[in-house]
Design a protein around this ligand. Structure first.
Ligand code: G
Ligand code: MN
Length: 390
């Protein structure tokens, strides 16, 4: 079976544990992992800061005495990012001065060594639930005009946790009619959780809860894992504008970057790129990592053709609204005929999406189109069995 789901038990939260004493780091991490937390361990404030760039953290537990920047310095760094992430300070040398600073910069707890491990476990549990509540309150604030009640949002948060741990990626073939070959597969999210009937619902929930980047990271990790089983070179993955703002996308040692030469990152014309500063520079960076870029849903009638200029893509995917019944619609045919010379001049690979009938396929072939995707050739599936083309 390919595209296996992440069958990890649901984590109680992501903790960042900071201590330069290897023994303490390991023993405390072991206890907290047994409690069901995901624990990242680092040995300095600088490493802690880098770890926070790589993903959301629910609470930080740090020793005060650290090389270079100390735990209080780290507390300030964390505060600059988010005034609410709980930071638990641990110290073997309690002093009035450090305790005062801990209060001033809003530490969640100030624990004195040697401490009873139970008291740490208790404090961590409180910290994580406090921060979860903060997240929920933020979501409520963001959605205050949507009529969603707090209890709805709390249950949404709970079902989102389950869905994020269990979704899978399905793969839809993209075919060349001329060579009768599958030239690539588009990865499409499929929730496995009964709370979400389709990908749009899951995206919507993640958006409401401010967890789009987390969802994007999980999608990319799954695709990278599935890559070994995908029989063609090209794997198409949809990115959301929030993914473009995630530093992890540009991390050269991420699992996705490891297979960058096989990947086409699809950026939709539907979503506005206004929130993404300097898209051109970001595209250059992704290309230098080996990724190819596709403009998705071209012609869906959103930002016109501006994304062709700003993204300078390698691939253009023509939206299925243009494909639908194209054999019956002279305007759609004219539209495509007028834009094909531009695709040729830009030397992009152009793909038409959502081909459902032989008539649509034949009309598209007549317009010079070769690479197609749609139910006519194959639905998104969890396997890569050969398909009939033509
Ligand atoms: O926006 P994007 O182009 O990434 O959307 C792809 C979506 O289109 C997927 O949800 C996929 O299941 C769906 N899809 C793929 N092929 C067809 C098709 O032939 N007809 C229809 N109606 N939908 C399709
Ligand atoms: Mn797409």
């Amino acid at each position: 079976m390919v595209a296996t789901s992440l069958m990890q038990p649901e984590s109680r939260g992501r903790l960042l544990l900071v201590d330069d004493d290897e023994h303490i780091l390991r023993s405390v991490a072991r206890v907290l992992r047994l409690d069901g937390y995901e624990v990242l361990t680092v040995r300095s404030a600088e490493e802690a800061s880098a770890a926070m760039d790589q993903g959301e953290i629910d609470a930080v537990v740090t020793d005060i005495l650290l090389p270079r920047l100390d735990g209080l310095g780290l507390l300030r760094l964390v505060r600059d990012r988010d005034p609410k992430i709980p930071v638990l300070l641990v110290t073997g040398n309690p002093s009035l001065e450090s305790a005062t600073q801990a209060v001033e910069f809003g530490a969640f707890r100030y624990l004195v060594k040697p401490f009873d491990i139970k008291s740490l476990e208790h404090a961590v549990s409180e910290a994580v639930s406090t921060y979860r509540l903060t997240r929920i309150k933020r979501a409520v604030r963001r959605r205050s005009d949507s009529g969603l009640a707090t209890c709805d949002i709390q249950s949404l948060d709970a079902s989102l946790n389950g869905a994020l741990d269990s979704f899978r990626m399905a793969y839809q073939p993209i075919v060349s009619i001329q060579s009768r070959e599958v030239i690539g597969y588009e990865a499409l999210l499929r929730p496995e959780s009964p709370s979400f009937s389709g990908p749009m619902e899951l995206f919507h929930a993640a958006e409401q809860m401010g967890r789009m980047q987390e969802l994007g990271r999980r999608i990319r990790a799954l695709v990278a894992k599935d890559a070994a089983e995908i029989p063609t070179a090209s794997i198409f993955v949809n990115l959301h504008p929030s993914d473009l703002l995630d530093p992890e996308l540009y991390n050269p040692s991420s699992s996705l970057a490891g297979v960058a030469h096989r990947l086409v990152l699809e950026i939709t014309e539907r979503a506005t790129l206004d929130t993404v500063p300097d898209v051109k520079a970001l595209m250059t960076r992704l290309r230098s990592m080996g990724f190819r870029i596709a403009v998705d849903d071209l012609g869906a009638g959103y930002s016109g053709l501006s994304s062709l200029a700003s993204l300078n893509p390698d691939v253009v995917k023509v939206d299925m609204s243009i494909v639908r019944d194209i054999h019956l619609d002279a305007t759609k045919q004219r539209l495509l005929r007028s834009i094909v010379p531009l695709f040729r001049e830009m030397q992009v690979l152009w793909v038409v999406e959502g081909v459902e009938t032989n008539e649509e396929r034949d009309a598209l072939l007549g317009l010079g189109c070769d690479v197609m995707q749609g139910y006519l050739f194959g639905r998104p599936r969890f396997d890569f069995a050969p398909i009939q083309i033509g």
